[in-house]
Design a protein around this ligand. Structure first.
Ligand code: TEU
Ligand code: CA
Length: 563
């Protein structure tokens, strides 16, 4: 089947099922809840849904530790209700993407259980290795790699005495894709869901699946992530992804790869070859941290702009970009790059700032109503495995109060609090106490109140999404950054067949003086998006208010009158 490019004009809504909507009153989000909210999702104007993992899972990493790839977590429903969701989405013109988590399984997956036996054919589904001997004769781990979530990358099995590799948590043993039987399993799993009618996959940390043969130790031991160069973008990655692509090509299907820490040049080797249609990059999520959200730095607009523009400029014309500011792995963006004091204003500015770039846009549940970070009083109240690991490390050299602040600002749990539907108890998410804390601001911040206000962030998202899907310059236009030197404004334009969009975003919490870039006469433009009333441009310059947004549209030459 010829590969189509419908994915270029979609806007995707991401659901993290555990916290979206509880349909059966047990405090846990589920597919019955999703079913009841399909009209809401459709009302946003999106035309696709990506589900974070729905599979059975012991929840060591909330679904990213899969114990059965062909079923639905009983907490979320069953295949029958999943089929109803799929059908309901399709009826509403929305495609559905599953999360394909195959870099690792859960340690409770039957393959891993069987692989504990050295003689089992499943032994080689994973990386089982003997320990090394130090010169002093002491037993050492098979190599010096770190895991990203839980200490060193090796865990010993008491029975055989051997170790298995886990790049993430201990309960997430890595699958060995060098084994053709494993790749066959992956292809079968893909077919299982594609045959059911699913429209594609978001492939979890897919750039990690090919490990350097021999699993060599890194020359230098780093404070964290030692060994990453031996599995990120590994030697056989393209060969394996081409095999998976061949399966997808039997269907009309989109593949989106998650690619932590990849440079655009490297991403292009995946995109231009067609192995993947889209890739999630992380660069723009590091404007207030170093490599990971936990290692915080003051927010730098210049860093953010560099990241955005680098990806726009290098990918545009050669492949297709992927746009997002929130997902289940990062704290809420208003609390990071915007301001909770200007929740609606900065929320609107941030929405336009990423969505009007070139690429396919993603919106994460709760982002559209401006949900913000959860601040718990004690670090041990958070439940995320990665945060626990970071706190453990940080506690060795930082006081408890500092560790708590880092946790509050960086925790993935902030994006995983129950969706705020109304001001009813538990934010209307559930009729009973939910599995995790509801952000106290739900009394003001919820879907119901946002629906009631014509000028709300939610309604702004609706207009923006509709525009993003329809406007030719917003979809296809070339990207040019302006005012690069500015430490307060992010400014860019998009241009397509005479139509131009100029996007002006203030990232300052104060008033700032703005002058339009050369070549743009604001008086000639139509102000199509804004977050403050009465925006009058005088002589191409104005004093912007905190987090002010203005999007101007110019030309093409006056449309002929219908008469
Ligand atoms: O995330 C991959 C990943 O690189 C994360 O560890 C990321 O670096 C981190 O969240 C900080 O931003 C994917 C999934 O999206 C995540 O939820 C899983 O925990 C992880 O893979 C393991 O499956
Ligand atoms: Ca439930």
């Amino acid at each position: 089947m010829a590969r189509s490019d419908w994915y270029k004009t979609m806007v995707v809504y991401q659901i993290w099922p555990r916290s979206f909507c509880d349909g059966n009153g047990d405090g846990i989000g589920d597919l019955w809840g999703v079913l009841s909210k399909l009209d809401y999702i459709e009302s946003l104007g999106v035309n696709a849904i990506w589900f974070s993992p729905l599979y059975p899972s012991p929840n060591a990493d909330f679904g990213y530790d899969v114990s059965d790839y062909r079923s639905i977590n009983p907490e979320y429903g069953d295949l029958e209700v999943f089929r109803q969701v799929l059908e309901g989405a399709h009826e509403r013109g929305m495609r559905v993407f599953m999360d394909l988590v195959v870099n690792h399984t859960s340690d409770e997956h039957p393959w891993f259980q069987a692989s504990r036996d050295r003689e089992s054919p499943y032994r080689d589904y994973y990386f089982w290795r003997r320990g090394r001997r130090s010169r002093a004769g002491e037993e050492m781990l098979p190599n010096n790699w770190d895991s990203l979530f839980e200490g060193r990358a090796w865990e010993q099995d008491p029975e055989s005495g051997e170790y298995y590799l886990h790049i993430f948590a201990k309960k997430q043993p890595d699958l060995n894709h060098d084994n053709p039987a494993v790749r066959q399993e992956v292809k079968d799993i893909m077919r299982f869901w594609l045959d059911m009618g699913v429209d594609g996959f978001r492939e979890d940390v897919i750039t990690f699946i090919s490990k350097t043969p021999g699993l060599p130790s890194a020359k230098v031991k780093l404070p964290a992530a030692t060994g990453m160069e031996f599995y990120a973008d590994g030697p056989n990655i393209h060969e394996y992804l081409q095999e998976y692509r061949a399966v997808a090509d039997e269907y009309d299907c989109m593949l989106l790869g998650e690619a932590p820490r990849l440079k655009p040049e490297t991403a292009l080797t995946y995109l231009e070859s067609g192995e993947l249609d889209l890739m999630f990059n992380f660069a723009h999520m590091e404007a207030d941290c170093l490599m990971t959200d936990f290692l915080q730095r003051p927010f730098s607009l210049r860093k953010l702009k560099r990241a955005f523009s680098e990806w726009q400029e290098k990918i545009d014309g050669r492949a297709w970009n992927t746009l997002y500011l929130e997902n289940h792995d990062h704290p809420r963006v208003i609390s990071r790059y915007g301001s909770e004091d200007y929740r609606t204003e900065s929320g609107k500015m941030l929405a336009a700032c990423y969505m009007l770039q070139q690429g396919t846009a993603f919106v994460y549940q709760g982002q559209e109503i401006g949900m913000t970070n959860l601040r718990l009083p004690r670090a041990d109240m958070y439940v995320d495995v990665m945060l626990k690991n970071n706190c453990r490390i940080a506690s060795k050299f930082l006081p408890r109060s500092k560790v708590l602040t880092l946790a509050q600002r960086s925790c993935r749990d902030s994006a995983r609090t129950p969706m705020q539907w109304s001001a009813e108890p538990y934010a209307g998410f559930s009729s009973v106490r939910p599995w995790f804390y509801v952000n106290e601001n739900y009394h003001e911040v919820n879907v119901e109140s946002e629906e009631a206000d014509g000028d709300s962030l939610l309604n702004f998202y609706r207009s923006l999404i509709a525009f993003k899907r329809a406007d030719q310059a917003a979809i296809w236009g070339s990207y040019t950054e302006h005012c690069r030197q500015s430490g307060n404004f992010y400014v860019y334009s998009r241009e397509h067949e005479g139509e131009r969009l100029l996007v002006i975003c203030s990232f300052s919490g104060r008033e700032q003086y703005f002058t339009a870039p050369a070549g743009f006469d604001l008086a000639d433009g139509e102000l199509i998006f804004k977050n403050y009333e009465l925006n009058v441009a005088v002589d191409n310059s104005f004093t912007s208010r905190p987090y002010e947004l203005r999007v101007y549209r110019f030309g093409p030459a006056e449309k002929e009158d219908a008469e």
